[in-house]
Each structure stands twice: as C-alpha cells, then as structure tokens.
Design a binder for this molecule. Structure first.
Ligand SMILES: Cc1ncc(COP(=O)(O)O)c(C=O)c1O
Length: 363
C-alpha cells in the first residue's frame, strides 16, 4: 500500500513548474517552485515542522504546552495544523492586515487568534510582536517560536528547499528569485545553492514600505522607509536575524498594484492560483528581464496558494477599490497588450510616413 503516515509526512518536495505564456517575453527558462502544494498551502509548513521538532528533540516542549507565534497568517496555519496533530495548544498574534479568510482558516484548526493593529510600531505594546512576547511571559508552559529571530527558520530551508531546487534543476539553476519577509525562505535556500555553486544569482524581492532593501544597500535602518502597503508576508518593518544579507546579489522592490495584477495573470494564463506575494515574485522576474539570457534557468519561489486571497486580489470589487483595475476581468496583460498594440501601430505609421517623405516629397 502507498500512503503517508499522517498529513505532516506530505510537507516539502513541492513541484517545480515551468512558466509558459505569462513569461513569453522573458529570455531563459523560468521555473516556479510552487509552495502552495504543501498541505498547509505555504512554505511555512517546512519551518513550523522543523522548529517544533527541533524544540521537541531539545526537550524545550512537550504535548499540552502552548505554542505562541506572531504571524502574517501562513506560519499560523502551519502551526495550527501541526499543533492539532501533535497535541499542543496554539495562540497566534496577527496584524489587522491579514484577510478574514486567513483568520477563519487559523480558527478552523483550533488556534486562538489575537488581532493587533497593523500600523503599530514593532516596539509598541499593541504590535503583534510585542503581544506575542507578552503572552509568552503570561501563559504557563508557553513556547514562543519567534520565526524572525529563530535561525532554525532558515535552517529548515537550507535542509529542504535548497536541496530540492538543486536536484530538480540538476544543478543548472542560474538565478533564484524569492520574497523576503522573515528572510528564512530566501536565506536558507540561497545559502545552500551558493554552497553548491557560488555563481547562482540571488535576487530578493521587497515591498515599498519595507526597510529591508535600504538596510542591505546602506546598513542603515531607516524608519522613514516604513509606510502601510498591501502585499502580505513580503517586506519588514524590523531587521529579522533570518535575513542573511551576505547571500543577496540584488534587492528589487515591487508595487502592490503590479504584484496583484501579476498574480491574476498567473491564474489566468498558467492556471496557477497563487498568493499575492507570488505575484510580487513574478513582477520581480519581469524587472530582471533585461539582465537575463536565453540560457539562464531562473527559479522563482511562489510562497503560498491563492485561495487565501479570494476577498482581495481575486475579488474584482476589491481590485477596483484599490484602483488597480477599472473594469472586472481587466488585468495586466490587457494593459501590456494595449501598450504593445499602440507601439505596433505607431511603428507602422512611422514607416509609412518616412516612405511618403522619401518617395513623394523627396526629402
Ligand atoms: C505569503 C508570504 N509570502 C512571503 C513570505 C516571506 O517568507 P519568509 O518569511 O521566509 O521571508 C511570507 C512569510 O510570512 C508569506 O506568508
């Protein structure tokens, strides 16, 4: 018989899927590491399982204890799933930016959710980081996972995502494009890939409103970089220990609007229903396209599944409210299409006009 012993045994070994129509203007082979195939529908399954099992091995936790985490939702979902199976209680602090769908998912597996204001500074006692710390002190037998600072986060990706990508591309990967939040997915995977081949280019994706890119460029934490933005999971208002700035070759910022439109393109053109930050990662590949050659093999990591964003980027009313589309069904490809059309018509008329000048007016 072929079966898994439980749902946790299905974590990892996600497929690498070639992107076709959506990237037809980009040179090279563009392969997506689609983390929505994990049972918890995101890359966070990997870190949650690795960190809990490590803490168990080190005798830091035992069934019945309380696992606490500050999470944008995905780590929470993975933790809720693992806690349900392993017999832990799960308390999660999330920001008010997390969608209602995400909160319902967390509660569906028995997690207790504490919603904190998205605009609270990290040091503010109301912020989701501070609340998690307070709860960890107040609740007996609590274990605060701290995915931003617990280096087991990136180690999980060093042990699994990195080797999987290396094997799946038979070592032919030339570029790795990945969102930076806590930095775990980016840093752990990139560290493994660079150890295998130091020439692999690592491109980190950041949001406008996050401090990470500026810190990488200047070493300065600049609070004036911080302002609210829409993409969930991407970017930070703190500098997490899990961002290994040494393995990054380039940092590219992407907008909320283009990220949303790219995610919708992935669903319509590739049948890949992925999350908002996956759209951000694809937008980054587009920003990179002038540097790419036809022989390049680009792996772009898509962190989660799109079902958690039905009320946001996959909802035409929400998209219209944000000013990202004017009409339902309108998407980025329509904009690109009309722009390309305009350029073609302009070129045809320019050719005809110069022929007219040459032949008729002899200029
Ligand atoms: C949807 C989504 N995208 C991207 C990220 C960033 O991944 P990491 O925290 O490993 O940097 C996260 C992390 O929370 C996420 O939830």
């Amino acid at each position: 018989m072929k079966y898994f012993n439980n749902v946790l045994a299905t974590i990892g070994n996600t497929p690498l899927i070639k992107l076709n129509q959506v990237v037809n203007e980009i040179p090279g082979t563009i392969l997506a590491k689609v983390e929505g195939f994990n049972p918890g529908q995101s890359a966070k399954d990997r870190i949650a399982l690795y960190m809990i099992e490590r803490a168990e091995r080190e005798g830091k936790i035992k069934p019945g204890d309380v696992i606490i985490e500050a999470t944008s939702g995905n780590t929470g979902y993975s933790l809720a799933m693992i806690c349900a199976l392993k017999g832990y209680k799960c308390v999660l602090t999330v920001t008010s930016k997390a969608s209602q769908e995400k909160l319902s998912l967390l509660r569906s597996m028995g997690a207790e959710v504490v919603v904190c204001p998205a605009d609270a500074e990290p040091e503010d006692p109301l912020s989701y980081y501070s609340r998690a710390e307070q709860l960890a002190e107040e609740i007996p037998n609590a274990f605060y996972l701290a995915q931003n600072f617990n280096l087991d986060n990136q180690q999980a990706h060093y042990m699994s995502t990195g080797p999987e990508i290396w094997e799946q591309t038979e070592g032919k990967i030339t570029h790795y494009v990945c969102c930076a939040g806590t930095g775990g997915t980016l840093s752990g995977t990139a560290r493994f890939l660079k150890e295998m081949n130091p020439d692999v280019q690592v491109i980190a994706v950041d949001a406008y409103g996050s401090v990470l890119k500026k810190f990488w460029e200047t070493g300065i934490f600049d609070p004036s970089e911080i302002y609210p933005y829409k993409v969930e999971g991407l970017g930070k208002t703190i500098i997490p220990d899990n961002v290994n700035f040494d393995v990054i070759d380039d940092f590219i910022k992407v907008t909320d609007r283009n990220s949303a439109l790219r995610a919708r393109e992935l669903a319509r053109m590739e049948g890949l229903m992925v999350g908002y930050s996956s759209g951000a990662a694809l937008e980054c590949v587009f920003k990179l396209r002038k540097q790419l050659k036809p022989t390049d093999v680009v792996v772009v990591l898509f962190p989660d599944h799109g079902s958690r964003y039905l009320g946001k980027i996959y909802n035409d009313d929400w998209m219209k409210q944000q000013g990202y589309i004017k009409e339902p069904q309108e998407d980025h490809s329509n904009y690109l299409y009309s722009y390309k059309n305009f350029r073609r018509i302009y070129r045809v008329y320019r050719r005809k006009y110069s022929r007219y000048l040459r032949q008729t007016l002899k200029i």
